[in-house]
Design a protein around this ligand. Structure first.
Ligand SMILES: [Zn+2]
Length: 348
């Protein structure tokens, strides 16, 4: 049996193997403090039943996310404290396990192919990778949509997939879009936590001299084209309380009436197949961690031409009556895109 992290998004350190019990630890790398992301692959365990022992606060409510191909993910739906046990069938030569349902960059490429969208280059990353982006439309409203400012927060990419599907079917009128699906692209590929990087992470880099090329590129795009609307996609903390919900981070007291409007529109668009969203779960400004900072939402929302910019947080696991799946997050994205279209139209 081999346990490894040698794949896109991989993150694990094997501490001990005692017979059929494996003790694992996630890799924090350059994270300040602790964080919870991990993803590993098991090969050559056909026919065996193995218990994987994690550290506390590393497993969600439904146990690990499980995949054979890094594309389709399901929950194991079995957990025992900080460990889970998996019986490998005779034909299961390679199984992936992760904290959450990963979103592979290949999936984004296939989505673009399907909708005939040409992938452009945002910039070259610190590690020399080409960071992808999309330019869509050519209208007066400049809209910037981003995901993965924090590398591990993959739920936002499923929401973005739904947004792209919906706007491919029915474009946002009078708009020019920049879409950056993986802002911390190196972190996404390498399987970093991405949150609370030292000295600061991508979503605290909207400063005069950004240290990440991706943020320099997004900032200068906004300086040239403006940012009338900014929609940033994140996953919240691991789990518990508001982290089990879908919620908007209302980042500015002065714009609460605008937040009320888009929240009501989103609530009204939610379908049975979508993750549920209730505006009462939105996070109020100047509360707890929601303070003015050099993040995308607050910085863009502070620009004079900006009507509204903020983060939508989408839970990793959900709750028993609102459980995360790939399809339910994607459908949330379709609902969200319709709400965005109505909101922009109402401001014309
Ligand atoms: Zn985040």
């Amino acid at each position: 049996m081999i346990i490894h992290n040698n794949f896109t998004g991989g993150n694990i350190s094997v501490k001990e193997i005692n017979g059929d019990t494996v003790v694992l630890k996630n890799e924090l790398r350059d994270t300040e403090g602790t964080w919870f992301y991990w993803a590993f692959c098991v090969e050559g365990a056909e026919g065996r039943t193995i218990t994987f022992q994690m550290e506390p606060t590393r497993l969600g409510y439904w146990g690990p996310a499980v995949s054979y191909d890094l594309a389709e993910w399901r929950w194991l739906d079995s957990i025992d404290g900080d460990s889970f046990t998996y019986s490998f069938a005779e034909n299961e030569s390679k199984v992936y396990f992760a904290h959450n349902m990963l979103y592979h960059p290949n999936r984004f490429e296939e989505l673009c192919k399907k909708h005939d969208l040409e992938i452009s280059t945002l910039c070259t990353s610190r590690k020399g990778r080409i960071v992808p982006c999309l330019h869509i439309g050519n209208g007066k409203n400049s809209i910037i949509i981003t995901a993965r400012h924090h590398a591990c927060e993959s739920t936002g990419n499923y929401v973005l997939e739904g947004i792209i599907e919906e706007i491919s079917r029915s474009p946002i009128e009078n708009s020019t879009l920049l879409i950056v699906p993986f802002v911390d692209y190196d972190g996404v590929v390498d399987g970093d936590q991405g949150k609370n990087r030292i000295p600061h992470d991508h979503n605290r880099d909207y400063i005069d001299e950004p240290i990440y090329p991706e943020i320099r590129a997004i900032k200068s795009y906004a300086d040239i084209n403006g940012c009338n609307y900014g929609f940033d996609l994140h996953s919240p903390y691991h789990k518990g309380r508001q982290n089990n919900n879908i919620f908007i981070v209302r980042n500015m007291v002065e714009k609460l009436d605008r937040f009320d409007k888009i929240s009501s529109l989103l609530e009204a668009e939610i379908t049975d197949g979508s993750m549920k969203y209730q505006k009462e779960n939105d996070y109020p400004p100047l509360t707890g961690w929601n303070q003015p900072s050099s993040n995308f939402g607050f910085t863009m929302n502070s620009r004079p031409e900006c009507i509204l910019a903020f983060t939508l947080e989408s839970t990793y696991f959900g709750s028993p009556d609102n459980k995360v799946s790939q399809e339910r997050l994607i459908e949330l994205g379709r609902c969200y895109a319709r709400a965005i279209k109505k909101y922009i139209k109402s401001n014309e």
